[in-house]
Write a protein that binds this ligand. Structure first.
Ligand code: HSE
Length: 398
């Protein structure tokens, strides 16, 4: 019998306990041993909940209990999760986490510590919820040089973009709806400003290049400026607006960014709607692959955490090698990357063409403005040209 502890009994932590219960027998069969939760660490008590007698408020009870070999971290945020996870690894316990903030910031260090202690630090649930993308990159796509990894990595914003497109609603109304449905947090900043997707693409890029990417180096734009008028243009062009988080290999290294894009129907990510997530991967020998599924939510995310627990039990005496060193990887300069840009402006065609040369116009029937798409140019060239025009909206094309 494997004894486990769960740190943080919120949505995901309680989901982990539930999944271990729902699939007790099949999980034991796959792991080769039964897994029992001995402790739940939380500041709160849960009277009436079957786990109430397992609740502890002092992390040291878990650290000092040699019987506990597997620890789940589902607290969220960097601290105190980082301190607690370090203590568990130092005590020779395996850890799995769903915490993208922790993994993006401290992943390399915790992976190295786990290796030193001959235990495991796994984090499948930190990106894409229930979608097995971390294990795929770490174990399956190892024959390839990854040329591109682009994802819809935030369920809340994808739900919002889908709803705005389908129902013509404005941003604020859709956000309220997303909050009522429990997708968006009361403070939705991390989702709508792209910070959540930024941390997730930082994790994926670190795994792809085997070095530490600093998420602060990633150019990040959210969806707060997207309006129902932009959606009308998207519809007119047969495109969908998606918040994409992407890393592409260029001659100068990986270029990473998070921003809303007008995605064409030929792109596999065009079809990813509602709260679903997907990750598109292009390998130099594989070609294209896409991973699609439930990217957030209690049970899908818990499914990934429990899968890590099973992997840990299968490798309880051996560290699973994760190629992610703490050596910092400098990203290529985002300003030198090429894109085509959709623009809305009240300026006339003469002025537009004086500045941008030949463009493709698009008419969504909006009075008093013109929409157009530029030729491909670098970010810095666009910024320089755009300086000479008054723009209402700019969205990149994918
Ligand atoms: N807020 C995140 C999302 C949760 O909406 O995708 C999963 O990381």
């Amino acid at each position: 019998m494997i004894k486990a502890a769960v740190m943080g009994y919120g949505t995901i932590g309680s989901g982990v306990v539930e999944v271990l219960e729902i699939n007790r027998e099949s999980i034991a069969k796959r792991a080769g041993d039964e897994i029992e939760v001995k402790y739940v660490l939380d500041l709160r008590d849960f009277p009436g909940d079957p786990i109430q007698e397992k609740v502890v408020h002092d992390v040291n009870i878990i650290v000092n209990d040699p019987e506990v070999s597997v620890v789940v971290e589902t607290m969220g945020g960097v601290e105190p999760a980082y301190t607690f996870v370090k203590a568990m690894l130092n005590a020779g316990k395996h850890v799995t986490t769903s915490n993208k903030a922790l993994v993006a910031d401290k992943g390399a260090e915790l992976i190295a510590l786990a290796k030193e202690k001959n235990v495991n630090f796994l984090f499948e649930a930190s990106v894409g919820g229930g979608i097995p993308i971390i294990r795929s990159l770490n174990s399956c796509l190892t024959a390839d040089e990854i040329e591109e990894i682009t994802g819809i990595l935030n369920g809340t914003t994808n739900y919002m973009m889908t709803k705005m497109a389908d129902e013509g609603m404005e941003f604020d109304a859709v956000l309220k709806d997303a909050q009522e449905k429990g997708y968006a947090e009361k403070d939705p900043t991390a989702d709508v400003e792209g910070y959540d997707a930024c941390r997730k693409i930082a994790i994926l890029t670190s795994l792809v290049c085997g070095q530490q990417i600093d998420f602060k180096d990633i150019h990040t734009e959210g969806i707060t400026k997207i309006s129902s008028t932009d959606m009308k243009y998207a519809k007119q062009m047969g495109r969908a607006v998606k918040l994409l988080a992407s890393s592409r290999k260029s001659k100068d290294g990986y270029v990473a960014m998070v921003a809303p894009f007008f995605v064409s129907p030929e792109h596999p990510l065009y079809h990813v709607n509602d709260v679903f997530n997907a990750v598109f991967v292009r390998g130099n020998v594989l070609g294209d692959a896409m991973f699609y599924g439930s990217g957030a939510g209690k049970l899908p995310t818990a499914s990934a955490v429990v899968a890590d627990m099973v992997d840990i039990v299968k490798h309880k005496d051996r560290n699973i090698w994760v190629a992610w060193s703490s050596k910092k990887m400098e990203l290529a300069d985002f300003k030198k990357s090429d894109n085509r840009f959709f623009v809305r402006t009240a300026e006339d065609r003469q002025k537009i063409e004086d500045v941008f040369g030949s463009v493709e116009y698009t008419d969504a029937g909006i009075e008093g403005e013109i929409g157009f798409v530029t030729a491909s140019m670098t970010e810095e060239a666009f910024a320089e040209k755009a300086d000479g025009l008054s723009l209402r909206s700019v969205i990149r094309m994918a």
